[in-house]
Design a protein around this ligand. Structure first.
Ligand SMILES: [Zn+2]
Length: 262
């Protein structure tokens, strides 16, 4: 079901993102004390007001290609290539940045998507999942944030569900070192393999979207895996105790095309 042509991927235009934009996606440990205005997932500083909190965050309210979206009516495109993963295990830094738990990886892990190399920068979690599939949210989602040499972003989303209840081994190690206070950081010397959070089947839905946190910059190449991963009830509960809700609501797709590779 997978043909090897670059044509479909090559026509996808992804504007370059600046280093400053990536920095916003990977906030400093204590954003409240940094230059970034305060933002949150609920209330006055919540998602409905992000676009008003800073002129640079205008895309959050005015953008036409925002994320997350409800994945439905996907078109099969057999010309889309499979993503090639070159993830490696290594020590990581785990950060509670006040918005999520983020795992910063060392250089060396990357993917090839549409013939472009994107280096893995960090991965982080949302509860519940931000993206829906035919209207249904998952318990959690992990976002793997990658950046190409010329500043383009590609995010891979893996949905996490506790329906089967098996603990995930990578989460087990990470959660042993979970920084519980905002601004807290811990180095983990145990080797963490990000690939341990990927499902066996790499079939994906893909669409053009944005960062799901301020400044909501567009031009992000999204890949949402069709197969979800299982986590245990205890693993879900541990995260939910820290972040009851850290998900941006679904955004208007504005007629965007969603494609499936298989
Ligand atoms: Zn995210």
């Amino acid at each position: 079901m997978r043909l090897l042509t670059l044509a479909a991927a090559a026509v996808l235009f992804i504007p370059a993102l600046t280093a400053a934009t990536l920095q916003a996606q990977t906030p400093q440990p204590t954003p409240e004390t940094g230059n970034e205005p305060h933002w949150d997932y609920l209330g006055k500083y919540g998602p409905l007001n992000w676009g008003k909190l800073d002129p640079a965050w205008r895309a959050c309210s005015k953008g036409k290609e925002q994320s997350p979206i409800d994945i439905r009516h996907a078109h099969l495109n057999k010309a889309l290539q499979p993503i090639k993963f070159h993830y490696m295990a290594g020590p990581v830094t785990i950060v509670n940045n006040g918005h999520t738990i983020q795992v910063n990886v060392q250089p060396g892990s990357y993917i090839l998507a549409g013939g472009v190399r994107y280096d893995l920068v960090q991965f982080h979690f949302h509860h519940p999942s931000e993206e829906a599939v035919k209207g249904k949210l998952s318990d959690m989602v992990v976002h793997f944030v990658h950046r190409s040499a010329d500043g383009k972003l590609a995010v891979i989303a893996v949905l996490l569900n506790e329906d089967r209840g098996d603990p995930n081994a990578v989460l087990a190690t990470l959660w042993n070192h979970l920084p519980t206070a905002a601004g807290q950081t811990e180095k983990i010397t145990d080797l963490i393999d990000p690939g341990g959070l990927l499902p066996p089947d790499h079939g994906y839905w893909t669409y053009m979207g944005s960062l799901t946190t301020p400044p909501c910059t567009e031009g992000v190449h999204w890949f949402v895996f069709e197969q979800s991963m299982s986590i245990s009830r205890a693993q879900l509960r541990t995260f939910a105790e820290l972040y009851r809700i850290n998900s941006r609501p679904l955004q208007d797709p504005h007629g965007r095309k969603i494609e499936a590779n298989e």
